[in-house]
Write a protein that binds this ligand. Structure first.
Ligand code: ADP
Length: 182
């Protein structure tokens, strides 16, 4: 299974991605986690990414796409993957399409986690990550609306939209039920 998970900041992508990857037996590949791992090791890529992340802006596509390309080349991603936080722009989606086409592969589904906007800010403030201040959260949400939401139309044929309000368990079940039915 090759799956992309999309949803606004605070929709619970990280939590669901972790659980879904385990159920589907594929690696969970989170660009946010990859950037944070680079940052904690002070790699040049991590240092470069930090100023964008701190502002709630997207890290430039060239950096992000190359990082994903390298990760997808690892052996464990040959059997499939669950991408979390990538692609986040149409341009990244086109790059991903190209990477997969080179391998003779394509995505099986794009799963959208839907949560009403007024619920999102509260969830993120409760999480308390260093980029979870109110201003940066608002900026990330604006970036989501402007840059990422257009992916939903781009992927309409593969799109599976899930109501992501409920218990963690319920939401994982909803996603796996729909994926299984496809
Ligand atoms: P959230 O889902 O709460 O927005 P993430 O951990 O997915 O958090 O991302 C945190 C930050 O990492 C983003 O605000 C952005 O700066 C950077 N980032 C993550 N994925 C991408 C991507 N695909 N393209 C560009 N920047 C990204």
């Amino acid at each position: 299974m090759r799956i992309v998970l999309v949803g606004p900041p605070g929709a619970g992508k990280g939590t669901q991605a972790e659980r879904l990857a385990e159920r589907l037996d594929v690696p969970h590949i989170s660009t946010g986690d990859l950037f944070r791992a680079n940052l904690s090791q002070q790699t040049p890529l991590g240092v470069e990414a930090k100023r964008y992340m701190d502002a709630g802006d997207l890290v430039p596509d060239s950096v992000t796409v190359e990082m994903v390309r390298t990760r997808l080349a690892d052996d464990d991603a040959l059997k499939g993957f669950l991408l979390d936080g990538f692609p986040r722009t149409i341009s990244q989606a086109e790059s991903l399409g190209g990477l997969l086409a080179d391998r003779g592969e394509e995505l099986d589904a794009v799963v959208e986690l839907q949560v009403p906007e007024d619920e999102l800010v509260g969830r993120l403030l409760a999480r308390g990550r260093s980029d979870d201040t109110e201003d940066v959260i608002r900026r990330r949400q604006q970036v989501y609306r402007d840059e990422t939401a257009p992916l939903l139309a781009f992927y309409r044929e593969k799109l599976v939209s899930i109501d992501a309000v409920g218990s963690v368990e319920q939401i994982t079940d909803r996603v796996t039920d729909v994926l299984r039915a496809r």
